[in-house]
Design a protein around this ligand. Sequence first.
Ligand code: NAD
Length: 504
Amino acid sequence: MTFQGIRPKSPHWTGLARKRLQNLRRRDFVSGAALIDGSWIASERRDVVIDPATGEEIADVARCGAADVSLAIAAAERAFPVWRELLPVQRGAILRSWASLMRDHSEELAILVTSEQGKPIAEARYEIAYGAGFLEWFAAEGERAYGETIPCHKPGSLVQVRMQPAGAAAAITPWNFPIAMITRKAGAALAAGCPMIVKPAPETPLSALAVARLAEEAGVPRGVFQVLVGNPIELSTPLLLDTRIRALSFTGSTQVGRLLLEGAADTVKKVSLELGGHAPFVIFDDVDLRKAVKGAMAAKFATSGQDCLAANRIYVQRGIYGAFVEAFAGAMAQLNIGHGLEPATDIGPMTKLSVANKCRNQIDDAVTKGARIVSANQGASLGPNFVLPTLLSEVNEDMLIAHEETFGPVAAVLPFDSEEEVIARANASEMGLAGYVYTDDLRRALRLSEQIECGMLAVNTASFTGPPIPFGGWKQSGLGREGSRHGLAEYMELKYVCFGDLAA
Ligand code: NAD
């Protein structure tokens, strides 16, 4: 099969990201200093930032250490009583102005995201709007952190339940959505009245630091939002051990999530985890094939496949299996693969070489075990971080790809016969983040919506995320929820108050 979109690696890519960063109006976005207690710290120790499309160094950033974490926690502790005492509407006004600055600087933020993360620039622009949306959502949601008054069970008494901020919070964020995964956490924490310390992924520090610049300009007080960049273990260990950090929010792999849950146990923090996915995408033979192909393309190839919502197991009912594979391969052939800063690009590089290698390993494993490969020649390399979109048909449960998350542009298509069978196969996973069902049969859609084991199920659509939805997973895909009113609750404690002896 020939991909129309593959062009040879262009000499034009060399220096492209660096040049775009040098031309930013906001040069301070690439200063690489960390924000601690209202000061920008340019440490002597530096880490480099890489353009994943070319492997070139494009910037360097401060490498914070344990002493910096200590300063940040003390600053958050000082800031907490002041921030907590603001009216929700005052906190909301600051969050809205932060969002508005993000929208004003959308193009520059998008260039930062694409330069260090690799995603197509159009997707980076979308991420800025998506990320700003969480700040706006929580600005309003903070005003609705209602408690309860409970009909009393004691004579002459009045009982209330209040929602109060939990205290300083920490966030450890991933590289696939380097801005939106920060604002989804910080919007909720700040709206609830909690200061937050963010440790972004080492691959994507520039996006996080630029968002911190805008937070400061929006009037977020010192110590309320801080960003520390550096070695994950060096920075996260003191955050985990400190009793002043009351809540921890993490997005990333299940493996690291488990470690952090264990690390937070000693100080019994409130923990919310958004971990890996392994989404089943189930297509019944009663559907309009074009709609199913369009949905599967969106669910598989957004963020170049590096998305926890990505369709990892595409189950297609046997009657339309052959037609689906052919139409899906045809749609894949239209994808443009290239540098994310080139406007026509649909699929960029994997952010990390380890993710690209995991994709290649899953392809090799599947082919060895009998899968049919429908894709361009993987040898036609654009660089080590590029994985060309690959369709694997005749996939079965003996293959790695049927069991572990891919996180890249490799589509596994598996045939099935009956509804009962596909429900059992979809649920035979320790992951339970998202699921997709395509069918024109309403009763069947309702049955599957009840029976698929996941936190988020999309029926006849691949587009469902956004600030109002409770984002999160079942089983080993996570704990707690982000976005929606449930997201706010991750940073709040319930307090039951009983007023007795009220009789005059
Ligand atoms: P990861 O879990 O290693 O990294 C996520 C975050 O955790 C980063 O900030 C990283 O610096 C930090 N981290 C890593 N090790 C740590 C440790 N020991 N202590 C404290 N913090 C630590 O993810 P990865 O290795 O970069 O990606 C691997 C897989 O993770 C992907 O293939 C995918 O399955 C999954 N992932 C999921 C999401 C998601 O959106 N749910 C995002 C990124 C990665």
